[in-house]
Design a protein around this ligand. Structure first.
Ligand SMILES: Cc1cc2nc3c(=O)[nH]c(=O)nc-3n(C[C@H](O)[C@H](O)[C@H](O)COP(=O)(O)OP(=O)(O)OC[C@H]3O[C@@H](n4cnc5c(N)ncnc54)[C@H](O)[C@@H]3O)c2cc1C
Ligand code: SF4
Length: 436
């Protein structure tokens, strides 16, 4: 499972010790109608997997987790558990919920370490399904479709599968090897991976539609959009996703200088900021146009960034990137109104020192690809689906970030996985109805 990713320093969370596992696993009350199951978007049977750990059945525990969540090893590390399963644990009354994510990690680490094969493919149905994209949504859809007996091909633009789990989430939270293991579990079911294929570019949508009975679009989102301010083309201006990806893969990000300015207030901005600190940049500051309470980054992410030495400047808008000799030499910022309207306050402009500017203001959408599949989308390029992940095109489904509507929080791996599972169930019903 060799993969060229680096750790960039100590992991955020250490695995539980054997003693901690025993204590935590034996605290579970096996609640009736357990709230943790309802709070998990993939409905993992939490009391069951914990009970299996308590009795030493690690294989059974890993099976329970991965059956409900095909990317359950990644989720054990990246889920905002305090807002999900752990937030619903009845022990919250004592402010001491069971460490569900850490127990999930213990069981899935066992499966990774032992190379256990947890699932097998179903009886062949003779139907062929194409999955475009191999992030959490694509892997979840492909895994369940294969278990249901359909022949699945994943088309992936990148060289390796896993999407943002492999390339986007910082390695000290999620090493790429975990996502690669999850993809290998899917491959072991006979799913064909065609990496290096960008559907809509190197392979047309029509060719995919001609060869397959159904298609799942699980292409996530695209690059960070431009700010539209002066100086954006200078050396030293980064798209946060490119920056994290190169850093995670051990590539060369070049000279970052003494001061890095991050523009944005979500989890991607936090990841770019903490990555910069781990790359030994002395001064890393996040600039956000509203107050902290309006940031989409989770509170625990903000706290982590503070511990890592990241500074925050809220109510601040970037106005211009100062460029000297083709390189970033500073950032002109302007204060915004304290009413959270993000309205700039004239006369408050000033230039701060920065040699690198990293943009983390959201992600664009794959509009051209949706158009190529005749899939209806809203003005922002978000694929429109019903509750079964069906698009307007009867043979095309969409799951994951490409149909995620930004709202209160950032997109999540576990939600993407659940939508991939839903798409697989819907396609199965559709294809079996066609057979009858
Ligand atoms: C920096 C960062 C940190 C994050 N941290 C967390 C976290 O801590 N916890 C959490 O729960 N979530 C986190 N998220 C969100 C999470 O990563 C996403 O919600 C999740 O990965 C979405 O899964 P997906 O499968 O829809 O898309 P992606 O993971 O984006 O996968 C889409 C895949 O489709 C491929 N693709 C795109 N276009 C084509 C094409 N035309 N042809 C073929 N393949 C194509 C891409 O290469 C990619 O592999 C983070 C996101 C970012 C950006
Ligand atoms: S997948 Fe995430 S939300 Fe669900 S039980 Fe595991 S850690 Fe909790």
């Amino acid at each position: 499972m060799a993969f060229p990713s680096v750790s960039l320093g100590p992991p955020i969370a250490k695995p539980l010790s054997r003693l901690e596992v025993e204590i935590e696993a034996n605290r579970c009350l096996n609640c009736y109608d357990a709230p943790c199951i309802r709070a998990c978007p993939t409905s993992i049977d939490v009391p069951r997997f914990i009970g299996r750990i308590a009795t030493g059945d690690l294989r059974g525990s890993a099976h329970t987790i991965m059956e409900a969540n095909p990317v359950g090893a990644s989720c054990a590390r990246v889920c905002p558990t305090s807002q999900l399963c752990e937030g619903a644990c009845v022990y919250n009354a004592d402010a001491n919920p069971i460490r569900i994510g850490d127990l999930q990690r213990y069981a899935t680490d066992w499966a990774i370490r032992t190379g256990a094969t947890l699932f097998s493919a179903g009886e062949p149905t003779g139907k062929r399904v194409a999955v475009v994209g191999s992030g959490p949504a694509g892997l979840a859809a492909a895994r369940d479709l294969a278990i249901l007996g359909h022949a699945v091909t994943i088309f992936e633009r990148d060289d390796a599968p896993g999407g943002l789990d492999t390339y986007g989430i910082v390695p000290f939270r999620l090493p790429a090897e975990i996502a690669i293991w999850e993809a290998e579990q899917v491959r072991a079911l006979g799913v064909e991976f065609r990496t290096g294929v960008a559907v809509g570019e190197t392979l047309s949508a029509d060719a995919v539609l001609a060869d397959y009975d159904a298609v799942v679009l699980a292409v996530g989102m695209g690059n960070v959009p431009r700010l539209g301010i002066e100086g954006e083309d200078a050396a030293g201006v980064w798209d946060a996703l490119d920056f994290i990806r190169i850093a995670k893969m051990g590539g060369d990000v070049g000279t970052l200088g003494d001061a890095v300015a991050i523009i944005g207030g979500g989890n991607t901005a936090i990841d770019a900021a903490t990555c910069s600190r781990r790359l030994a940049v002395p001064s890393v500051t996040m600039y956000y146009r509203r107050g902290t309470e309006r940031m989409t980054a989770y509170d625990f992410e903000i706290e982590f960034a503070q511990v890592e030495g990241v500074e925050f400047r809220t109510f601040t808008l970037p106005k211009r990137i100062v460029v000297e000799n083709g390189r970033v030499a500073g950032l002109e910022i302007v204060s915004t109104a304290p009413d959270n309207s993000a309205r700039p306050l004239p006369g408050t402009e000033r230039v701060i020192a920065a040699q690198t500017v990293i943009l983390a203001i959201g992600q664009s959408r794959h509009v051209a690809l949706l158009d190529a599949f005749d899939v209806t989308h809203d003005v922002n390029g978000i694929a429109i689906v019903d509750e079964a992940m069906r698009t307007n095109n009867p043979r095309v489904y969409a799951a994951g970030d490409c149909m995620f509507k930004p709202g209160g929080t950032d997109a999540m791996v576990v939600e993407a996985a659940q939508r991939g599972k839903t798409a697989a169930q819907s396609i199965d019903l559709f294809l079996r109805a066609e057979v009858r």
